[in-house]
Ligand binder design. Structure first.
Ligand code: ADP
Length: 272
């Protein structure tokens, strides 16, 4: 069979957050690119049904469509050294997402299976934000090796992050680590780093759940501008401090994956 589905993917890693707007998609892109920069073959699936943004983040122009084989297998789009697939490539930005139904019923696995990824070391999945039924079902019905939880230092985001960690625990998906985003502010004028919210929140949360704090990523105008321009900071400033934080985080994820038993089978659903 020519179909190269999930069988050749060593690890599927969910990138999740308790709520929207914490930078989950930005972190997904940069973590994926950084992992590829370490020499791994990496895929990125945008499963954020509420606001698929990977097309923009990766600089894939509006209207660029993935090739389709036999009317059913998608060929991922290559950008910045990774293989990416997003419904945003199929439906233009602002088009209603016709696949919300299938997604809600846990069809993420189906999307993974109907994409010709080739052999991948890691497939990162940019999950929909939140910890509701959709996220739970997706986590349950996909063969996840682990999850990375993205948070910001603010209390409310931490409460939500806690829910995200507990959701993965409920379905026995190992937490590979946490990324604390917008952890400090870097002044555009003088480069001074100011820990506006302090670093303590993410660190204590990580401690509490015995999770690794993979990185503290600063709030920086460059991160937003490079993302908006479709050239993630790991690409546009690949020798910079932030890119190096991401590569350290990526190395830590890869090493955590090597310690997990290769792909889990989905957990039996907890129906009542
Ligand atoms: P989410 O996927 O959690 O909804 P996004 O990745 O879309 O969040 O990020 C939300 C907004 O914040 C975007 O405009 C993005 O460019 C910006 N952003 C994300 N991380 C940072 C950061 N570390 N510094 C500055 N802006 C950021």
């Amino acid at each position: 069979m020519g179909h190269q589905g999930v069988g050749e993917i060593k690890h599927i890693v969910a990138v999740a957050s308790g709520k929207g707007g914490v930078g989950k998609s930005t972190v997904s892109t940069n973590l994926a690119v950084a992992t590829a920069q370490l020499g791994h073959r990496v895929g990125l699936l945008d499963a954020d049904i509420y606001g698929p943004s990977q097309a923009r983040l990766l600089g894939v122009e509006d209207g660029v469509m993935p090739d389709v084989i036999d009317e059913k297998i998608f060929v991922p789009i290559q950008a910045h050294g990774i293989y990416a697939m997003s419904m945003a490539f199929l439906t233009r930005e602002k088009t209603p997402m016709v696949w919300r139904g299938p997604m809600a019923s846990g069809a993420l696995q189906q999307m993974i299976d109907s994409t010709q990824w080739g052999s991948l070391d890691v497939l990162f999945v940019d999950m929909p934000p939140g910890t509701g039924d959709i996220q739970l079902t997706l986590s349950q019905r996909t063969k996840l090796s682990g999850a990375v939880v993205v948070t910001t230092p603010q209390d409310i985001a931490l409460i939500d992050a806690r829910r995200a960690i507990e959701m993965f625990q409920k379905v026995s998906v190992p937490i590979l680590g946490m990324v604390q985003n917008m952890a400090s502010h870097i002044c555009t004028n003088c480069g001074h780093e100011d820990p506006v919210f302090g670093h303590a929140g993410g660190e204590s949360l990580a401690d509490e759940y015995e999770a690794t704090l993979l990185a503290n990523i600063p709030l920086s105008r460059n991160i937003r501008e490079t993302s908006d321009a479709g050239r993630p900071i790991t690409v546009s400033e690949s020798d910079g401090a932030v890119a190096s934080l991401y590569r350290t985080a990526a190395a830590s994820v890869v090493s955590a994956l090597s310690r997990t038993e290769a792909p889990r089978t989905p957990t039996i659903s907890m129906t009542d």
